[in-house]
Design a protein around this ligand. Structure first.
Ligand code: FE2
Length: 330
């Protein structure tokens, strides 16, 4: 559902900027445009480098093993320590992956202390499914869930493709999203993978069915906690609220009630970023988020004004119907 689909002023701006590899990179106007103040020129290569710098590609000869199986085991045990999270529990394997056409982050989490190494993917993108599944294979993980924070309007989810390629994987989305999935979650639900779990927090506003997944609270869960906020809260920004049942008022309440109430050191991993940021914290956003630090009245006025100037999202007419059915259409 799109609240602004009939606005010709927004439609006319839809293709204002397109990435060109031969020119300085200007962030592409897509679903979010992040409602951020000003533009920051960046390079897509920076994102690519971030991803590859964490994917262990050292030649096997460096390890001095000959039997292939021994090499694989040695690699896997070493890769377990390559985490982008500096103070995570040793049982959590965590990877932040980037899809550089839609500027989407996909997150891989696994309990590597469990014999099965159960894993889940949050917000996979269809174009990057092979990369993600290859990584899961290389790390010796067993993918059990492919989850979405919400029905995306700027890219097609990879959950349907993943289910097709890896039988047994279950797709997960909120019940309020109205989308098709194997598992529907609601506020307060827990999603377990091995001895770790994610808590579901309903954070509507960007869309009616947005949820934030937060790592568990407890001595045996990763510390600090990690919140996967989708588009409800971005690094110094937030998702737009002018379509898909969005509501600025609801977004403000969601963030203040269900994200800003987490411990300040909680790591916030957004659904997108166009400036090169990868992570923030609850405390940091409570201090420096240019919108959500304002009082509610100011926030609502600001978002109403900014929503008026946003273009119609490039992929919304393709992405929404596809994402309602796990990214796969008959
Ligand atoms: Fe979104």
């Amino acid at each position: 559902m799109s609240g602004d689909s009939g606005n010709p002023a927004l439609l006319s701006n839809a293709d204002a900027t397109k990435p060109n590899k031969n020119q300085p990179f200007v962030p592409r106007i897509t679903e979010l445009r992040m409602l951020n103040l000003g533009y920051i020129r960046s390079s897509a290569c920076r994102f690519s480098h971030f991803i590859t710098s964490h994917s262990s590609s050292s030649p096997s000869s460096c390890f001095g093993f000959s039997p292939k199986q021994t090499i694989t085991s040695a690699l896997r045990s070493q890769m377990g320590s390559f985490s982008t999270l500096s103070r995570s529990s040793s049982r959590l394997l965590f990877r932040q992956l980037f899809e550089n056409e839609s500027f989407t982050y996909t997150y891989l989490l696994a309990d590597i202390s469990h014999p099965d190494k159960p894993a889940l993917l949050i917000d996979p993108v269809d174009r990057a499914v092979d990369r993600d599944l290859n990584l899961v294979r290389e790390l010796g993980l067993k993918l059990i869930y492919a989850m979405n924070t919400h029905v995306h309007a700027d890219h097609i989810t990879g959950t349907g493709l993943i289910k097709r390629k890896v039988p047994g994987v279950k797709s997960v989305i909120s019940k309020a999203s109205g989308s098709k999935a194997d598992v529907f979650v609601e506020h307060g639900d827990k999603i377990s993978f091995g001895n770790l779990f994610l808590e579901v927090r309903a954070t509507p506003g960007h869309t009616v069915g947005c949820v934030t997944y937060v790592t568990g609270d407890g001595p045996d869960q990763p510390q600090p906690r990690m919140a996967f906020t989708g588009d409800a809260l971005l690094v110094r920004g937030c998702g737009r609220t002018d379509f898909q049942g969005g509501s600025s008022e609801q977004l403000y309440k969601s963030v203040h009630s269900h994200i800003f109430t987490l411990p300040k050191e909680t790591l916030v991993y957004p659904g997108h970023d166009y400036k090169g940021f990868t992570v923030t914290t609850v405390g940091e956003e409570m201090l420096y988020n240019p919108r959500l630090t304002k009082d509610e009245v100011f926030f609502l006025e600001q978002l109403i004004f900014e929503n008026l100037n946003l273009p119609y999202p490039d992929m919304i007419d393709v992405a929404l119907p596809a994402n309602k059915v796990c990214g796969l259409q008959d």
